[in-house]
Design a protein around this ligand. Sequence first.
Ligand SMILES: C[S@@+](CC[C@H](N)C(=O)[O-])C[C@H]1O[C@@H](n2cnc3c(N)ncnc32)[C@H](O)[C@@H]1O
Length: 194
Amino acid sequence: MADLLKMDPARIARLRDPARLALADPERVLTVTAPLGDGPIVDVGAGVGYVALPFARRFPTRRVIAADVLPGMLALLDEAAASAGLANLETALMPGPATVPVPAATASLAIMLQVHHELDDPIALLQECRRILAPGAPIVIVDWRAENQPGIPQGGRRVPQTTIAEHLAAAGFAAIANHDLYPAHSTTIGTAPA
Ligand SMILES: C[S@@+](CC[C@H](N)C(=O)[O-])C[C@H]1O[C@@H](n2cnc3c(N)ncnc32)[C@H](O)[C@@H]1O
């Protein structure tokens, strides 16, 4: 069993709750975008693998890199990937909040699900995502909608979708588009410039 490194077990249980799939199934983003080229898919703020695990299953011949700032999350994700036999899934510990250890202009898709609202400097991390993405490759940001709605957790940090789009533009992304995939989450996609 991985060392939780002082992480809250209740938070881990929430991140692993299969009921999340009814609200925000990560594979639904593939109905509106796709990886570009053969490079790795990078799950930024991967946690314990809510996106990285199903994407590694969905794309068995492609590298999926799960990046996070918390080693305890990645230790649990390593265990889950090993027990699922997902040799194409690798974890990458971020040395800082805006450093993703992936070579420049190589990634085919970057995805951040329920991460944006936690970021102290979102534009810096998005600039880093732009650095790692191949020209023309997409970034997908899925996060809680800012508007309160019945049946979803209230309070906490919420970022309006217009602000997420502004952050993407400030980080240099092009072709920014909003999608309506989920009842309680916004989906915002940008494209790394050519
Ligand atoms: C609410 S969890 C979501 C995890 C996963 N994406 C999911 O949906 O289950 C937010 C994650 O973002 C990570 N995180 C926070 N700040 C980050 C940063 N600057 N760069 C990368 N990950 C970050 C946290 O460590 C945590 O694992």
